[in-house]
Design a protein around this ligand. Sequence first.
Ligand code: HEC
Length: 198
Amino acid sequence: MSDTEQELNAQKREMPEPVEGSRPIPWVVLVIVGAVFVSALTYLGMSKQVNDPSIGDHRVAADFVVAKGSTTGPVDGAQVYAAQCVACHQATGAGLPGVFPPLAGSEWVLGKPSVAVQIVLHGIDGSLTVKGTVYKGQMPTFKDKLSDKEIAAVLSHVRSSFGNQAGKIDDALVKAQRAATQSHEKPWNGDAELASLK
Ligand code: HEC
């Protein structure tokens, strides 16, 4: 056998190149899918909208955002009290004997509004006499934590709760007091500094 003949035979033994075939989707399946599709559209077309779309109040997500430190709208003093003061002065405003002074019936709360504002703005460090008892604790400063409105609201709340009956404190007073003691950095030194302001 010559070389050419051998090559020819080898070619004859080759199988044909495989081709990718396709299997059509059975018509039954097509009919079922088609029927489901048509009946779905018919159902949609025939069904009635139960809920009146105008029932909603037309509010959008942006309407629910509460701006942090917002200066508009009223501030709830009771809420500020519950968040910032209740841990020490207690829900009843009675404080904790020997540790945290009472706000109920306190001469500092019921006295000059400007002094109460100064106490909340700058806090107290040093002994303070409240209703005849001397406290040697620390009252935190709130000047960077609470806005004028919030301080006014929480003090108005304190002055009219726990049996207290004193007038409201207005945010303009807090603003003025804040401006007047802006350079003051340390907490008030208890009676030593505050008694003269009473
Ligand atoms: C970490 C505890 C603590 C928190 C929180 C706190 N206070 Fe005080 N507060 C004290 C202490 C302690 C004193 C007394 C200071 C001292 O012993 O020298 C005091 C004193 C006072 C006084 C003067 C004394 C009196 O009893 O009337 C007022 C008014 C007052 N706090 C109001 C507030 C208000 C309003 C808040 C919330 C915004 C608040 N405090 C949050 C601990 C606290």
